[in-house]
Design a protein around this ligand. Sequence first.
Ligand SMILES: [Fe+2]
Ligand SMILES: [Fe+2]
Length: 256
Amino acid sequence: MSKNVLLTSAIDEKISSLENQVHRALLGDKFQIPQMPERDIEIWQKGRHPAKKGLSFVEGQARLLHDMANIELQAMELALRTLCEYPDADTTFREQLAALTLSEGQHLKMCVRGLRDLGFEWGHWPIHMALWNAVSESDSLIDRIFIVHRYLEGSGLDSGKSLIERFSQIPPNKTVEIMKVISDEELDHVQFGSLWYREFCNQQKLDADHKFKNLLTDLLPRLPRRMEPVNVELRRRALFNESEIKNLVDLRESLL
Ligand SMILES: [Fe+2]
Ligand SMILES: [Fe+2]
């Protein structure tokens, strides 16, 4: 059993520990998954956070990068968690997931660097743990792929696109460049989720569309509520089919 990297809190140390652990997890290295990974900053419930400044303010851009860093960190930890919790999953799946985990690490580093360039540090604002709270040790691998890559990262595609559109009203800046790179690369992550979700449903002779609808209903209590409209074009590019897109649109309308 190696040192539990999820219990490292300082951000720079945490990123490099997580990167190391990805390689070891691929080789079968195991560590216990804590209820909650360690943080060196305050955790507040989602929805109760301080008001945000607009994106035309440096502070507003820094806050966005801080919020993104929080999401990228949880995305990296969750991908590593999947690698550890499903050691017998398909080898190609695991290799692609390891690459995705490292890509989240790159996104996280870009956000932390961008934040520092604007004169702010990780920890300036509180964070939430909504992504981590959306998964459970009782998840099947299909559940986990659905939650992390199709629901959480899929919702990120919708919100990333509307954020970039909001930036079009202000002069070009480094923050929007970071957001664009992340947004482009996240499309690959969601495609990865769509392909493997269907592959594993096929292998288990499950009706993937039916399962998608059921999972949305069954898992909803622990999923963060989506606010942004479903970006149909991006969802299609991320390999959602029309039935899945309709389910997402219907769900959003039912929550408004
Ligand atoms: Fe990411
Ligand atoms: Fe991602």
